[in-house]
Design a binder for this molecule. Structure first.
Ligand code: SF4
Ligand code: FES
Length: 239
C-alpha cells in the first residue's frame, strides 16, 4: 500500500493508482475532460491539475497521469490550483464558447467571462476521447487529430471517408460535448423517422446495418462504463 496526504488527510491506496483515481476512490472531486475510466490516461486537457508540495516548494501536475507515491503531499483545491483550472477552462472555452456542457463546467470553476474567442466556434475541444476510443476500444483507428495550432481537428486521414470506419458510433457515444454526430460516422445509415427506437437501440441499428466485425464488442455502452482492465477478454478487442 502507498501512504500519502491529500488536502491534509492521510490516505492509503493500493499501488499503481494515479492521484485522480485515489481522489475519486476517497470522494474528492477533481474536474476532468479528457479522462475516461475505460481508456488509458492521456493528460491532454490539464483540468485535473493538482498541487504537489515538498517543503517550501510546490508544483502543478496532471492528476490523471501522475502516480501516487509514498509520502506525497497533494492539494486539490488550493488557490494556485483553482487559478490554473480557471485559465485552462477559459482557453478551452475560447473555441467552444456556446457549448452548454463546457459553459456549465466553466461556471463550476468560476470562469466569469471568456476574454479570448476564436473567429470560428467549434464544440470539439480536442480532448481526444473519440480518437482513443476508436483505437483502444474498437481497435480500428479510423480517426485521428490532424493539423496544428488553431487548424487542429479530429478527422479521418486526408479528410476523406475512411475505409477502416465500421460505423459503430463509439466516437459519438463518448464525445462529452456532442461535437461528433452520427452523420460524421462513415458507415452511418439513417433509419425511418417513424422508428421509435431508443437512443441505445438507434445506436445498435446503425451498427447492425453495416455488418460489424465478428469480434467487435457489440455492447460498447457497457464497455464504456467499465474501468480499464475489468472487461472480459472474450468480449472485446481491447488488449
Ligand atoms: S469530437 Fe468530442 S470526443 Fe472527439 S476530440 Fe472533439 S470533443 Fe473530444
Ligand atoms: S483529465 Fe487529466 S489532463 Fe485531462
Amino acid at each position: 500500500m502507498i501512504h500519502l496526504t491529500i488536502n491534509d488527510q492521510p490516505i492509503e491506496v493500493p499501488e499503481n493508482r494515479t492521484i485522480l483515481e485515489a481522489c475519486r476512490e476517497h470522494g474528492i472531486h477533481i474536474p476532468t475532460l479528457c479522462y475516461h475510466p475505460a481508456l488509458e490516461p492521456y493528460g491532454g486537457c490539464r483540468l485535473c491539475i493538482v498541487e504537489l508540495k515538498v517543503g517550501q516548494r510546490s508544483r502543478l501536475v496532471a492528476s490523471c497521469v501522475y502516480p501516487c507515491e509514498e509520502g506525497l503531499n497533494v492539494y486539490t483545491d488550493s488557490d494556485i490550483v483553482k487559478r490554473s483550472r480557471r485559465m485552462t477552462m477559459e482557453l478551452i472555452l475560447a473555441g467552444s464558447y456556446n457549448t452548454p456542457e463546457l459553459l456549465s463546467l466553466g461556471e463550476e470553476l468560476g470562469v466569469k467571462e471568456v476574454r479570448f474567442k476564436l473567429p470560428e466556434e467549434n464544440a470539439c475541444m480536442l480532448c481526444g476521447l473519440c480518437v482513443r476510443a476508436c483505437n483502444e476500444i474498437v481497435g480500428v483507428s479510423a480517426i485521428s487529430v490532424i493539423h496544428r495550432g488553431i487548424a487542429k481537428k479530429v478527422s479521418t486521414p486526408f479528410s476523406v471517408t475512411s475505409s477502416r470506419c465500421i460505423g459503430c458510433g463509439t466516437c459519438v457515444l463518448i464525445c462529452p460535448t456532442g461535437a461528433f454526430k452520427l452523420e460524421n460516422v462513415s458507415g452511418y445509415k439513417p433509419i425511418s423517422p417513424a422508428d421509435t427506437l431508443t437512443r441505445r437501440g438507434y445506436y445498435f441499428r446503425v451498427g447492425g446495418e453495416i455488418d460489424l466485425r465478428p469480434d467487435f464488442v457489440q455492447d460498447v455502452t457497457t464497455l464504456l462504463t467499465q474501468p480499464m482492465g475489468t472487461e472480459s477478454k472474450e468480449e472485446g478487442s481491447r488488449k
